[in-house]
Ligand binder design. Structure first.
Ligand code: HEC
Length: 95
């Protein structure tokens, strides 16, 4: 982790799960379970974030790619680089 952070530009290193949390609550919670221990299910919607985070294939790059193209059932988010970094940090913190 320390190595990864050292490679990121300073602005990105300043972001963490803390910044992502309010964004996730605002934009993602309606369709995704956003916590590891969550009693609230988002039925018939997207896969839960802990499940996504636990997949071996999930990396910051795969999430960034996904978030930049948008997907069928997701509204089009125009995420800034800062916002997507924060969202990605949040999702990966659920590992
Ligand atoms: C309107 C409902 C809805 C909202 C809001 C929504 N999602 Fe999704 N999301 C889905 C659905 C449905 C899927 C799975 C099917 C698909 O790809 O369309 C999905 C899939 C995903 C995946 C890929 C999961 C995989 O299987 O690899 C990611 C990552 C993701 N969403 C992130 C987010 C983030 C981050 C937000 C908030 C910024 C968000 N979603 C908001 C409905 C939503």
């Amino acid at each position: 982790m320390a190595v990864v952070l050292a490679l990121l530009p300073l602005t990105a290193a300043a972001q963490g799960p803390g910044e992502g949390r309010p964004l996730v609550e605002r934009w993602c919670m309606a369709c995704h379970v956003i916590e590891r221990e969550s009693p609230t299910l988002a039925p018939d919607r997207g896969p839960s974030f802990p499940v996504i985070a636990a997949r071996p294939g999930t990396t910051p790059e795969s999430l960034r790619r996904y978030l930049s193209v948008g997907h069928t059932h997701m509204p089009d988010f125009a995420l800034s680089r800062y916002e997507s970094d924060a969202l990605i940090a949040y999702i990966l913190s659920l590992r």
